[in-house]
Ligand binder design. Sequence first.
Ligand code: AMP
Length: 500
Amino acid sequence: MNDSSEARAVFQHRPKDECGVFAVFGHPHAAEITFFGLYALQHRGQESAGIVVADEKNRKFKSHHGMGLVPQVFNDKEIAKLPGTRAIGHVRYSTTGSSTLENAQPIVVDCARGQIAVGHNGNLVNATQLRDELEATGAIFKTTVDSEVILHLMAQPSANSGDSSLIQSLCKVKGAFSLVLLSEREVVGVRDSLGFRPLCIGMVDGAWLLSSESCAFDIIPGAKFVRDVEPGEIVVIDENGLRSFKPFVPKDRLGFCIFEYVYFARPDSMLEGANVSAVRTNMGRELARLHPVEADLVIPVPDSGNYAALGYSEESGIPYDHAFVRNHYVGRTFLNPSQLAREFGVKVKLNIIKARVAGKRVVVVDDSIVRGTTARARVMNLRNAGAKEVHIRISCPPHRHPCHYGIDFPDPKDLIANQLSHQEITKYLQADSLGYLDTAGMVRATGRGENSFCMACFNGKYPVAVNPDLDKLIFERRKGRADSLVFAEETAPRLFNGKL
Ligand code: AMP
């Protein structure tokens, strides 16, 4: 697990991540490759995992889902029960719907159009309204996850026979979606028009691969990264190869989640043409320019602060050291949401090497402050170890707003930056100084323009209209309240005549 997954694993109530998707077309070991792919994407979700394969012989889908980490859900025996050359897989950390087995993805349906399975990364902002409409026409949902509406929309008889049910469905859903779909003949990859969540294409032994992040290709022998699926692109992979469709009117801006660069994605992934570790190092350099300080040592909060701390050290010339030691075996044991357990969890995962910091002025670098628990504990560690000064540097701006596109932050009232002023936060953390990177520096670090990104969790500007009442348990609560969102993509041209 990387830093992000570890932070997520400690407490169930802590801010949560989104999901990871993976797909294979045309490989005799499709399920096994998907298993390895999901293993590499584990940091994107640790609650449940699932793989669906299409059996060549009788075209019947076979699937296995379970709660827990990928190696807890799958073993040799389970993989052997999933024969076939096409597969899709999913790791989930709930962003909509509660954490139960029936909500594990990929979701499979058998409808008039045949069998279809979907794995979804992201969050739909009009799922409640769509679900209400579908239920009014008799649809029976088997999960409480927003992604199921996509399958129900696809399963509906088309008003215009011959239209692609996939395109029709995508015209109706709003929000963030990177999807992998399995039909009886194809594997399909889709990214919403703003490209909130990543999705990329790879190849191995002549077989096509789709993955949330390119790091999954690195661990599959012989696999290579081909390219990102573009925002608004649909890639259809069948016996004729890969075809690309761009049926939607292009947007005048994009909405890639900048927090993928800051924290979520693995540092070894390439996202939108940039290596994540390189972007994080740039963020650290920007941070050093924005908030310089006289100090003896720069240390990261491992692993989330590693690359930003490196950049800070390179730019400032202050030596870099590792004073925190991670316990790599802290996992899902700590599920008690009490404050005591939370603080114990924060302490148990990192220990400090006193001799490295005693008597020193230390700059401690982390990627973000959410509730402030981690940063406060780190300052306490450093003070107890005898550090003379502790300066906190954070490689993104303060978090003030919820994410409606697939990242689970706590209630905005629990975000420390909403409760306290800069000065009060510094005092609460017991730090000598505190410096956050600003939006401009964060964007510069990516090498791309501001219009490329969704930064709603920092600036409250939501690129797709959201229902502020939406939260991840919305379907359990069934407020019965419709969104008032319009479908801007209703005019999309027809593409497929097949089952998708
Ligand atoms: P906190 O202790 O609540 O301030 O959490 C801050 C730590 O949580 C940071 O060090 C991040 O590495 C990590 N983090 C930030 N955002 C998230 C998120 N959405 N899910 C899980 N962990 C996160």
